[in-house]
Design a protein around this ligand. Structure first.
Ligand code: UFG
Length: 351
């Protein structure tokens, strides 16, 4: 049975806490009064993120943050983390996340994402910690039969190994609860996280050519790339371009805080969609970002990208009903904050 505790008495381990969503969540948790332990191997993140987190939250809250440069696959190191700090709950973000790369490196993706989760939950079990929030994805819904997507919408076969790892880890954690009902599992299915911290101190920092739309658009705006490539304009959507439910990363962060609060004192497996419930097309994004950065961004229409669906967006009424959580930011806010981050940090954390 999960023990109900106040934030100031609760220590949350955040794996992948130096990453894009992880870092914004860590800020939110520290501001809410939690003690936070971040484990990140920095394979796709910068140590500077930790300093930025401390700057944003201030000295008093920063004193409640501990950072370990550790790979979650490293069982001994993870055991040592649990031996050193009393961990009450875990938010598990750490994992490889590039869809295209996962197709060419399936072994690495399955080994890392599934392997680190199995190591993590085994170490948790050995230390009597059975509360976990998992960073899942709307990718588990595949090509939807109908919209909006509710948590009851069927899971579909994934179209790439990255998607399968999300799919399978949801199953692993569900099976864990079946075997031992003392587990307290929350699966958060994110739609498309974008935006940045309004301070301009934290944001998305992709390595190489961005795979996702928003970082690519931001790099066109800053002059690093010539034009946005729109992947197909013959989809079954109002303007023919793909429609997604973009959500501000700070809204996702409050979603995790809401989930931590909600799971307090419970057991079970619960799924929540985290999105805004609104769909936005690629052309609408280009328009909104052009407005945010004050110039018209060039784009060209290219062929469809394999594996992309026409449209998806969330029904988020369950998160509202159960956890009292709703997304606050709109597309204009998301593009504004993303541009603020990009223009202040043209080379990301290394700049
Ligand atoms: N797109 C472009 N040009 C680009 C990049 C993307 O036109 O350069 C289009 C895509 O075709 C799609 C939309 O922009 O219509 C969004 O694409 P993203 O790559 O930004 O995001 P996806 O919806 O493909 O994937 C995201 C996350 C995945 C997650 C999935 C869940 O990247 O991790 O949402 O639905 F699994």
């Amino acid at each position: 049975m999960s023990e109900a505790k106040d934030p100031q008495d609760t220590c949350v381990l955040v794996t992948g806490g130096a990453g894009f969503i992880g870092s914004h969540t860590v800020v939110e948790l520290l501001q809410d009064g939690y003690k936070v332990v971040v484990v990140d191997d920095l394979s796709n993140a910068s140590e500077r993120v930790i300093d930025r987190i401390k700057t944003i939250v201030g000295d008093a809250a920063a004193a409640r943050l501990t950072f370990y440069r550790t790979d979650v696959n490293d069982r001994e190191a993870m055991s040592a983390v649990f031996d050193g700090d009393h961990i009450d709950r875990v938010i598990h973000f750490a994992g490889f996340k590039a869809v295209g790369e996962s197709v060419s490196k399936p072994i690495e993706y399955y080994a890392n994402n599934l392997g680190n989760t199995l190591t993590l939950v085994d170490v948790m079990r050995n230390h009597g910690c059975k509360d976990i929030i998992f960073s899942s994805s709307a990718t588990v819904y595949g090509d939807p039969d109908s919209l909006p997507l509710t948590e009851e919408s069927p899971k579909k076969p994934a179209t790439n190994p990255y998607g399968w790892t999300k799919w399978m880890i949801e199953q692993v954690l569900t099976d864990l609860h079946t075997a031992d009902p003392a587990w307290n599992v929350v699966l958060l299915r994110y739609f498309n996280p974008i935006g940045a911290h309004p301070s301009g101190l934290m944001g998305e920092d992709p390595k190489g050519i961005p795979n996702n739309l928003l970082p690519y658009v931001a790099q066109v705006a800053i002059g690093k790339r010539a034009c946005v490539h729109v992947f197909g304009n013959d989809y079954d959507t109002p303007d023919g371009t793909g429609v997604r439910d973009y959500i501000h990363v700070c809204d996702l962060a409050t979603g995790h805080a809401a989930a931590l609060n909600w799971m307090n004192g419970r057991t079970g497996v619960e799924i929540f969609n985290l999105g805004t419930g609104r769909g936005t097309s690629v052309l609408e994004i280009i328009k909104a970002f052009s407005l945010a950065c004050g110039k018209d961004l060039p784009y060209q229409i290219d062929p469809r990208r394999p594996g992309d669906v026409d449209a998806n967006y969330a029904d988020c009424s369950k998160a509202k009903r159960e956890m009292g959580w709703v997304a606050k930011y709109d597309i204009g806010d998301m593009c504004r904050d993303s541009w603020n981050w990009q223009s202040k940090n043209p080379n990301g954390y290394e700049g």
